[in-house]
Ligand binder design. Structure first.
Ligand code: ADP
Ligand code: MG
Length: 669
């Protein structure tokens, strides 16, 4: 595996500035028209790659028909700035003519309309039209996952060029649109000179790069990556997954749309075969080569493949053919490598998948190595030796910052479950279960494996739909709400088999927990307004504050990928992520599983301290010493029913519990 060195921030800025100067100067210092044209094409591919990277790389939605949106943007400009549509002139068109959108051709009754919508206007309009198609196509299909989505998008990618071939009135069929008007700037027409397109292409890529970059670092980008990593956990952490997938799809489509307008303005023609499947595949290979989810990787991949196609293959052709002459091989003499580019793309895809899945410019940072002292540092407790006092020192700011902790109407129980029944096919996981959790209490749920404990959590948080029964939280019915809505009401959870977002850092995971509380919209994110920046800064501070609850366990590891953490630390990050959602009710599913006794007790002390924040806790726990230490009340489940309820001591002494659970302990725990 090749390990590329990671440049520092200053090196990156220097490199960027140098590239920019070289690019600006290239046409001026006598770059040939052909080379300038190749770079302008590379810009179009880079723009496409940046867009597809949002869909596939950020949000993890495998789109095999991306060129469809490229086509839609292209034809939008082509139709609105060519002689393709020529309706009869009528006074209706007069206002459009005064705006310069159309011109009158001919005179009298034979006069027709010539569409002349400006290129500059069509750049955003093509993007918007493609985005609209993205929404229209995505809304019904984005519920599909993985392979199914790939197949449906493949179909869409086929359909659009077919429609273009078979709708001659609009597209001039297979012959393609001709006479598409070139862009004009202050009356000067770009014509067929490659140089102005070159500069527009660079500006376009620079703009889209900035957009992709800002989005990635925002709450929207983090939500996309959360969906990519684990859609169920993303939804449970408050992300409206179907809406955010749609936004990703529409944004990617908009990138392709604007690129389509640029690309065919440059060619001044558009034919359906410019948008066939190989184009979608080529853009996909570009982002795989660069590294899925990596913004620079997308550009790198696009430029590398364009260089390969436009410069390397023709040069190699010359060499192999000369070699063929020399050794008298007919095969080598006639070999045309440029026509084998699809084969080469396929080989690149296979090689990347086998040897370097992260791409050549990977998105994920390499783990920060901790110094030995940091690894082994004792847990800090804010200057106190008393764990709980130390914690409350850390925890106070959390309570102050929590807007959800407002006074509630006096309810007997913050959570009440009534006659809840959940079944999976023939299995009845919960049978008419009822229980109450008082506000501010810590209630433990214990029971043998398979007794329905996790199913209870899933039903409360909206991940499974019960057959019957009610769940009320702070006076509101939860059944029928989506998981993200339930989180927004103030119920956060952890999972028995840790569901973090593995390729994201500790701090990113905790930031995603705050998703429901962050407000930055697309405008604020793109313009990086002071308000957005302030919100991000506060969110980071809050995340760091929460992580400090666990002392030195996580603080030195903020930037590490969670997949690099120990099992116990991953559990801690998951609890921190849930706390970041500022819940009123916290559901912990076996939080100490996989921890040694010392770690379990440390965590139990920390959980007990959450109570000082006014948090109510429902905890599934197998370790009876932890249960005894923590809980006011214990509910014992067996085969989906409540077997017993009471204090830990009372439950431990209950003969029925001993028979069902404690008696079987060695086998079950
Ligand atoms: P616990 O958490 O108490 O160990 P669970 O709630 O995970 O138990 O499971 C209760 C029962 O429901 C088990 O028999 C389990 O196999 C079944 N079950 C849980 N989730 C599903 C599911 N998604 N599909 C089918 N069966 C399930
Ligand atoms: Mg379970």
């Amino acid at each position: 595996m090749i390990a590329l060195p990671r440049p520092s921030r200053r090196q990156k800025q220097g490199l960027l500035a140098l590239t920019f100067v070289l690019l600006m100067a290239f046409p001026l210092v006598g770059g040939s028209q052909a080379d300038i044209d190749i770079i302008a094409n590379a810009c179009a591919y880079a723009a496409l790659a940046l867009g597809l990277n949002i869909v596939v790389g950020f949000a993890g939605l495998l789109d095999l028909g991306y060129a469809a949106f490229f086509a839609i943007g292209a034809y939008s400009y082509g139709v609105l700035n060519s002689f393709q549509l020529q309706p009869h002139w009528s006074p209706f068109w007069q206002p459009f003519a005064s705006l310069g959108l159309v011109a009158k051709l001919g005179i009298g009754a034979a006069a027709t309309v010539h569409f002349t919508v400006s290129f500059w206007l069509m750049l955003p309009v093509s993007a918007a039209i493609a985005a609209l198609f993205g929404v229209a196509f995505g809304a019904p299909t984005l519920r599909l996952k993985g392979d199914y989505l790939a197949i449906v998008t493949l179909g869409f990618g086929e359909i659009v060029p077919i429609v273009a071939r078979n709708w001659p009135a609009l597209t001039n069929g297979a012959a393609g649109l001709n006479g598409i008007g070139p862009p004009k700037l202050f009356g000067w027409s770009f014509g067929v000179d490659a140089t102005p397109y070159y500069y527009v292409g660079i500006a376009l890529v620079a703009f889209l790069l900035l957009v992709a970059w800002r989005l990635k670092a925002s709450r929207i980008g983090r939500a996309w990556m959360a969906i990519r990593e684990d859609a169920v956990a993303a939804q449970a952490m408050g992300i409206h997954t179907s809406r955010l997938k749609l936004i990703a799809f529409a944004t990617g489509a908009a990138f392709a749309g604007v690129t389509g307008a640029f690309y065919i303005a440059k060619l001044q023609t558009a034919t359906p075969d410019m948008f066939d499947l190989p184009v979608s595949i080529m853009v996909l290979v570009m982002i795989v080569l660069g590294g899925l989810g990596s913004v620079w990787g997308a550009i790198f991949g696009a430029v590398a493949l364009e260089i390969l196609q436009a410069w390397l293959l023709p040069a190699l052709n010359g060499t192999t053919q000369a070699l063929g002459q020399a050794v008298g091989s007919g095969f080598l003499r006639t070999l045309d490598l440029t026509s084998a580019s699809e084969l080469i793309f396929g080989i690149i895809l296979v090689v990347m998948m086998l040897y370097r899945r992260d791409g050549l410019v990977p998105a994920a940072r390499s783990g920060v190595t901790l110094a030995f002292e940091q690894q082994d540092a004792p847990i800090s407790h804010g200057g106190s030796n008393m764990p709980i006092l130390g914690l409350s020192h850390h925890l106070t700011p959390l309570a102050v910052a929590a807007p959800l902790a407002v006074a509630v109407p006096a309810v007997p129980a913050i959570l009440s479950v009534r006659d809840l029944s959940v079944g999976f096919g023939g299995i009845r996981a919960l049978k008419s279960l009822s229980l109450d959790v008082p506000e501010g209490g810590i209630v433990a749920v214990i029971g043998p494996n398979g007794s329905g404990k996790s199913t209870l959590f899933n039903a409360i948080t909206g991940l499974v739909t019960p057959q019957s029964g009610r769940v009320d939280f702070a006076g509101r019915a939860l059944i029928g709400r989506r998981p993200d809505q339930i989180l927004a009401l103030g119920v956060a959870r952890t999972f028995q088999n840790i569901r973090l977002f593995p390729h994201l850092s500790v701090i990113e995971n905790v930031l995603i927990g705050q998703h429901a509380h962050l407000r930055a919209g697309p405008f604020g994110i793109l313009c990086n307004t002071p308000r957005t920046r302030a919100e991000e800064r506060r969110a980071r501070e809050f995340a760091a504050e929460i992580l400090a609850i666990f002392g030195n366990r996580l603080v030195p590891r903020l930037e590490q990928n969670v997949s690099d953490l120990s099992y116990a630390n991953r559990r801690r990050v998951e609890i921190a992520r849930a706390l970041a959602a500022r819940p009123r009710l916290l559901l912990l599913d076996e939080p100490t599983a996989g921890m040694n006794p010392a770690e379990s007790h440390e965590l139990a002390g920390q959980i007990a301290a959450f109570r000082t924040l006014g948090l109510t806790i429902l905890i599934i726990e197998h370790k009876l010493d932890v249960v005894t230490l923590l809980s006011d009340r214990v509910i014992v489940l067996d085969q989906g029913e409540r077997l017993a309820e009471g204090t830990a001591a009372a439950v431990r002494a209950d003969p029925a519990v001993i028979a069902a659970y404690i008696g079987r302990r060695p086998a079950d725990v």
